[in-house]
Design a protein around this ligand. Structure first.
Ligand code: ADP
Ligand code: MG
Length: 691
């Protein structure tokens, strides 16, 4: 097939809502974050649907409501101004004329559409005032003899900033360069009545028009069945490997005398909630054995995970070992550092900072302390797992907001002679049903209830056009002695652009609210600048903090009672929930205003409604999964865990026994194929489960 992107063509932009953080990096990094690195990753990235560009129909055969491709000559091009600028193109073939309409368009698109040019237009047809028309069709400029492709054109799930055409080319190359050997022994494959692996892959990426498209899109085609089987099989094999590795029992048992942990508890101005006590005792028990802990501590934003992490760190130190806490951003790491230092330093623990931007002299001292063991608890960013850092006796690694880290990074913290215990903290829950089924080697502790005295944050959905109302609210909160965040999380291509937007926003806010003190916090500021802005906000020297998504995780200012989020519809529910969690941390009633841009799509409305209706991170995650559907790979990949992308546990439940048996058989008869299957499906994730 002619890869669709190789000809001049306009392909509509991908419509996947991405986490704001995905957008600020290079293509390669963006792809890596969703797990697309090796040729194999691209091969296993399957189309969500197909477009039929293999046929051309006469214009006069199009009917409203149908989908089709026509080819003709551009008769004329017009830009008209209705409520907004529209681009109208009349396309003519031997049978008739068709109107093509764009309500959003770029100059580059317009430049392609010259009268007299021959183009193919593909899209949904609808009846308009002036006869039939296509809105935002896909356009391809062709010449008289341009051949039609022999295969359906795949449409792949993608992320912001990675064009469909690019992804198609990359995957086509992977298909060409990779030999997709069938790793199931032929007799076994035949007895299971499965399609050959390479043939299945080829068919899924480039089906001929004769293939039953409905069966493909519903993932019921035998080619899909083969991939689903292998995915389930790889999963089972990975879990078996992981279990075997954990049976090596090579962690150190942390059974300190309890002196530090007791002192820490005694020094807290509050007592632990029942849930905090429960999860701490689960962790305490894990730490006391030589089986490396592999535990995820889940708790909604503000549920009090940090203190539990502090207890675990204190336990490591009082047992004569070091602990490390790694957070995904400088800001979050810094916040942890300050809080943990405040809690533990008075008890005699040496809490050491190691961030990416630490001053060289400080950095050298920190590295030396880590190496001699003088540093008890080390807090930092990924600088912690970069080359020159060598722990003397690392007993416990804590990773905050773990889904932000790549799998390899989490893994790196575990290297050394003894395997350190691993504690992961996260406010993004994995729904229980998923966790139980897939992650049998990961233990999960959950903090369900928030500390006493909290009020649920009230959520308002307000159209961006009603900005006045927002300004009124801000004034009201500030005159009541409280503070507000105004987050303008534009999903832009770069930190720079986002920072510029924030700077503009601050100027605007200052002119609209001249009587208030408005501060700024964005990702391009230096660490001391960020620290200064946060400190000023915490000290109530700033009334309104205009910020980019850097505030998403970790900021703790109980006096802030209003959170305004711009362009809320562009964000993932998890991100919005996290942002909302920045308020409602004190005893006052807090509000979160989600400003949305109109028009709001059905899907976006449904998503925002979830936040409006629920304050429960678990419920939100469940809805998110449901709204995005099982085929949405971002949700699963976000965890870096081998969740299923293609198989469906409910639908395929009956298969599981067969899959388990096959896994056992394969490990027994052909361990090399077994290992290769795991490699193929998820190298990194498996290591994470088992390391
Ligand atoms: P998380 O990391 O889970 O989002 P934090 O650990 O930051 O939550 O805790 C949120 C706030 O709640 C902090 O200000 C913390 O001091 C406070 N807190 C934690 N545990 C309790 C408790 N048991 N009782 C009262 N306040 C608590
Ligand atoms: Mg936290």
């Amino acid at each position: 097939m002619q890869a669709a992107g190789t000809q001049a063509g306009i392909v509509s932009p991908p419509s996947v809502v991405a986490d704001g953080r995905l957008a600020r990096t290079t293509t390669k990094e963006r792809l890596a974050r969703i797990g697309l690195v090796r040729d194999w990753d691209f091969l296993l990235h399957l189309p969500s649907r197909y477009v039929d560009e293999t046929r051309i129909v006469p214009i006069d055969s199009l009917a409203g409501g149908s989908q089709g491709q026509v080819e003709g000559e551009i008769a004329d091009v017009q830009v008209v101004v209705r409520r907004r600028r529209q681009l109208l193109v009349r396309l003519r073939d031997a049978s008739g004329e068709l109107l093509l309409r764009w309500v959003h368009f770029y100059a580059s698109q317009q430049a392609q559409l010259l009268p007299g040019r021959r183009v193919r237009a593909l899209g949904q047809v609808r009846g308009g005032l002036m006869g039939i028309e296509m809105i935002h069709p896909q356009i391809r400029v062709v010449d008289e003899q341009a051949a039609l492709p022999a295969h359906l054109t795949p449409v792949y799930p993608t992320v912001e900033g990675v064009p469909q055409a690019w992804l198609r080319r990359r995957i086509a190359r992977a298909l060409q360069d990779t030999t997709a050997t069938d790793l199931l022994p032929a007799p076994l494959r035949r007895s299971l009545d499965l399609m050959e692996f390479g043939a299945a892959l080829e068919l899924l990426h480039r089906p001929t028009p004769q293939v039953d498209a409905a069966a493909l899109e519903q993932r019921l085609h035998p080619a899909w069945r083969r991939l689903q089987f292998d995915e389930l099989l790889a999963q089972q094999l990975a879990l078996r490997q992981a279990r075997a590795r954990r049976r090596r029992h090579d962690a150190v048992a942390l059974r300190g005398d309890g002196r530090l942990t007791r002192a820490l508890l005694a020094a807290l101005p509050f007592s632990l909630t029942a849930d905090q006590r429960k999860v701490w005792s689960e962790i305490e028990q894990d730490l006391a054995t030589v089986i490396p802990m592999n535990r995820l501590l889940q708790g909604d934003v503000g549920s009090g995970k940090t203190i539990v992490a502090a207890l675990a760190a204190a336990r490591a130190v009082e047992s004569g070992y070091q602990a490390a806490l790694m957070a995904p951003t400088e800001i979050l790491a810094d916040q942890h550092y300050q809080r943990l230092a405040r809690l533990l330093q008075p008890l005699g623990v040496n809490v050491t900072w190691l961030g990416g931007r630490a001053r060289e002299a400080l950095r050298r001292t920190a590295l030396a302390d880590i190496e001699t063991g003088a540093a008890g608890l080390v807090v930092g960013t990924h600088a912690l797992i970069q080359e020159p850092v060598r722990f003397a006796r690392l007993g416990l690694a804590i990773v905050d907001e773990q889904h932000r880290f790549g799998v390899e990074q989490r893994l790196a913290l575990r290297q050394g002679a003894a395997t350190p215990h691993l504690l992961m903290l996260s406010a993004t829950p994995i729904p229980r049903s998923l966790a139980m089924t897939y992650l049998s080697d990961l233990d999960i502790s959950v903090i369900q209830t928030l500390p006493p005295g909290r009020h649920a944050v009230r959520t308002k959905l307000i159209s961006g056009a009603r900005r006045d109302e927002v300004l009124r609210r801000i004034r009201a909160e500030v005159s009541a002695g409280r503070q507000a965040y105004w987050v303008c999380p534009l999903v832009e291509d770069s930190d720079e652009i986002e920072a510029m937007a924030a700077v503009r926003m601050v100027e605007q806010t200052r002119s609209l609210l001249p009587e208030l003190r408005v501060g700024l916090l964005h990702g391009q500021m230096s660490a001391p600048e960020k620290r200064a802005a946060m400190d000023a906000f915490a000290a109530q020297q700033i009334d309104v903090l205009v910020a980019t998504t850097v505030v998403e995780v970790g900021i703790d200012v109980p006096n802030a009672s209003l959170m305004v989020i711009e362009h809320a519809q562009r964000f993932g529910l998890a991100t919005l929930h996290q942002l909302r969690g920045r308020v409602g941390r004190g005893a006052v009633q807090s509000t979160c205003v989600l400003l949305f841009d109109e028009p709001l799509s059905e899907q976006a409305r449904a998503r925002l409604k979830v936040l409006y209706e629920s304050n429960d991170g678990f419920e939100i995650a469940r809805c998110d999964l449901r709204l995005r559907g099982p085929g949405e790979f971002l949700g699963a990949r976000q965890w870096g865990l081998p969740l299923l992308r293609f198989a469906d546990l409910e639908r395929d439940a009956a298969w599981l026994d067969v899959v388990r048996r096959t896994a056992d058989e394969l490990i027994e008869q052909d361990p090399r194929s077994a290992a290769a299957i795991v490699q193929r499906w998820f190298t990194g994730a498996t290591q994470f489960l088992g390391a």
